[in-house]
Design a protein around this ligand. Structure first.
Ligand SMILES: Cc1cc2nc3c(=O)[nH]c(=O)nc-3n(C[C@H](O)[C@H](O)[C@H](O)COP(=O)(O)O)c2cc1C
Length: 346
């Protein structure tokens, strides 16, 4: 599939210049600020100078065989990075064409972002992407309690529209559905806790203790765990598992969390790539709107629970992500691998 950055928009004839390594390096630095499951950063980028193109590849060595055997979550993270790349290009004034899964023989080649030329000023969708740029570095997962302040309808509508721009539906479930969802997350938490392989995988991607948490370049550092839950039903994964983290406080979380479901009609790699881009578009938009955000995939990691998460009345075929949104403290920045570990220039 071939799309302009922002689906279906053709900026018309423009003069094509050559992308430089410095520019591409800066764009990839923006790309890797994206969220990824357990902060595994399962991506690689390849800049093909001669073709003025940047490829996004998945890095299967950073997959989660227990929690994400089909690599659905891995695709979501890589697609979020792809979306940031599109935003960075738009911010720098470049028009790009994004091709998803361009080579059926190479499933790890997730996308090619091809430089088309300078974006025309005022070219609708490009401007829309560029406006999201300041949120790339501001967006962090917040595992803190949020307040009970309701998100205004207009803000929710904007977030829904943002998802639709990427061809994906965002639904704010009704009260009964939220309750059902929270039960399913609780069920998943119980299953995770009694599953040794799941606990070990989680431990492999957590970084605890002052030396480790401060120096790691991947994984979830203990300072991003947020407080332990005293009460409340907000679906916030406890990365500490059964282990304790010295000095970690406890807090009361919201009882009526504001959740949103991101869903697609299909459930193939291409759908996952659309969903990951939509997820990042929604998260960046929400960040600009002053919302704190977190993601919760626990109930989606058990196939029988994932199926039950969807509203049977809705047209949403497959839930790809559960987002928790609200007003509250921003999360801390988490580490990323240096760009030269993930970018090849050829
Ligand atoms: C597919 C996917 C699944 C995720 N699942 C969860 C989750 O269940 N609980 C959670 O707290 N964070 C989840 N996250 C968020 C990551 O843990 C987070 O993005 C990563 O640690 C980097 O931190 P940052 O988002 O603050 O940059 C998920 C992210 C992705 C892309």
């Amino acid at each position: 599939m071939t799309t302009m950055s922002g689906y279906g928009h053709d900026p018309g004839p423009v003069s094509v210049s050559t992308l430089g390594a410095t520019t591409v390096t800066a764009w990839v630095e923006d790309a890797i600020a994206a969220p990824s499951m357990h902060n595994a950063q399962p991506w690689r980028f390849r800049f093909l100078r001669a073709e003025n193109a940047i490829q996004v590849h998945s890095d299967l060595e950073r997959a989660m065989p227990r929690a994400d055997p089909a690599t659905r979550g891995l695709h979501l993270g890589c697609a979020a990075a792809l979306f940031n790349l599109r935003v960075a290009a738009a911010h720098a004034g470049w028009a790009v064409r994004t091709e998803l899964l361009p080579d059926p023989a190479r499933p790890c080649l997730l996308a090619t972002v091809r430089l088309i030329g300078a974006a025309r000023p005022g070219a609708g969708v490009e401007d829309d992407l560029a406006a999201l740029y300041p949120a790339i570095r501001r967006r962090h997962t917040s595992r803190q309690p949020f307040t009970d302040e309701a998100i205004p309808r207009a803000v929710k509508d904007d977030l829904g529209a943002a998802a639709l721009l990427e061809g994906v539906r965002l639904v704010f479930p009704d009260v009964w559905h939220v309750h059902m969802l929270l039960d399913l997350v609780r069920d998943a938490e119980g299953r995770d806790a009694s599953d040794t392989a799941a606990s070990e995988e989680l431990r492999r991607w957590t970084r605890t203790g002052p030396g480790t948490a401060q120096s790691a370049s991947d994984g979830v550092p203990d300072y991003a765990f947020g407080p332990r839950r005293l009460y409340g039903r907000a679906p916030v994964r406890d990365f500490a598992g059964r282990g304790g983290v010295p000095g970690r406080g406890a807090a009361v979380f919201e009882n009526a969390p504001q959740l949103a479901l991101l869903g697609t009609a299909g459930d193939r790699p291409r759908d996952w790539l659309l969903a990951g881009q939509a997820m990042e578009r929604v998260l960046l938009r929400a960040t600009l709107d002053g919302l704190a955000t977190s993601l919760t995939s626990q109930a989606l990691e058990w196939p029988e629970l994932r199926w039950a998460v969807r509203d049977p009345q809705s047209a949403m075929g497959f839930v790809q992500m559960v987002l928790r949104l609200g007003y509250g403290p921003a999360g801390p920045g988490t580490p990323r691998r240096p760009v030269d570990e993930v970018l090849d220039i050829v």
